[in-house]
Design a protein around this ligand. Structure first.
Ligand SMILES: [Fe+2]
Ligand SMILES: [Fe+2]
Length: 239
């Protein structure tokens, strides 16, 4: 369906979980997909990045902050899983063993600088995703996005601050190396340019922006972070 046609539909404002059951099947399915995706990926990210990073953190203070990040990411999973339970999504769909997590997590974390880069870049991508739900027509999901946002901002700031600290300590090469290896897998996080799912999410006012708009915003902001704030180089992306 062309986007102009999609834009003509006046999406409902769905204030409660009970009202969700009264919506068209396409709306309900779309809500389920978004909630499941967040529940799975928050859990998987906590398991493969945040929890293992506690061991890598170099000082007691860095460990304490990393524990806080890990705790919050697990909590994000629990919040989205709680909503999924309420709207009747089977628990199995939230298990990363059954639903393949996003490619952004296919990176083997080995060092502290890698973790700092992941938080600075990947959590920034997550901010954009959560931001897109702030005006979601399904209010329980909108409310979740609103309480999750300050924590995602903290994670990205934590990543930025720890990267800057490493750079000031003369470890800019390790930060650059982690950016070179991690950044190229991140644009895929926003999904295909011609995504049918995204078109349906926008049709129903569940999301506001196209995958491509979000990806371009992400690339512009990460370019500024890496080149202006860090004084490093963003690797070129392959065609
Ligand atoms: Fe999160
Ligand atoms: Fe986060």
């Amino acid at each position: 369906m062309p986007l102009t046609a999609a834009a003509k539909v006046k999406p409902p404002e769905v204030k409660t979980v009970a009202d969700l059951a009264l919506q068209p099947e396409e709306y309900q399915t779309a809500v389920h997909k978004i909630v499941v995706s967040h529940a799975v990926n928050e859990l998987y990210g906590a398991q493969v990045f945040d929890e293992p990073a506690i061991k890598l953190a170099p000082t007691p203070y860095a460990k304490w902050l990393t524990c806080r990040v890990a705790m919050e990411e697990y909590h994000h999973h629990l919040r989205f899983k709680g909503l999924a339970d309420e709207i009747g999504v089977p628990a199995q769909r939230m298990d990363p063993k059954h639903k393949r997590p996003l490619s952004i997590f296919e990176f083997e974390l080995r060092t502290w600088p890698e973790f700092c880069v992941i938080k600075a870049i990947a959590d920034y991508a997550e901010i954009l995703q959560v931001e897109d739900l702030l005006h979601c027509t399904f209010h329980p999901l909108r409310n979740l996005a609103r309480i999750t946002m300050p924590e995602e901002k903290f994670h990205a700031k934590f990543g930025k601050d720890t990267c800057l600290e490493l750079i000031q300590q003369g470890k800019g090469d390790a930060v650059q190396d982690a950016i070179d290896r991690y950044f190229p897998i991140t644009p895929g996080f926003f999904g295909a340019a011609a995504s049918k799912n995204n078109e349906i999410y926008r049709k129903w006012g569940l999301k506001q922006r196209s995958n491509e708009e979000m990806r371009q915003d992400f690339l512009a902001r990460v370019t500024e972070l890496v080149e202006k704030d860090f004084g490093l180089k963003l690797p070129a992306l392959g065609a």
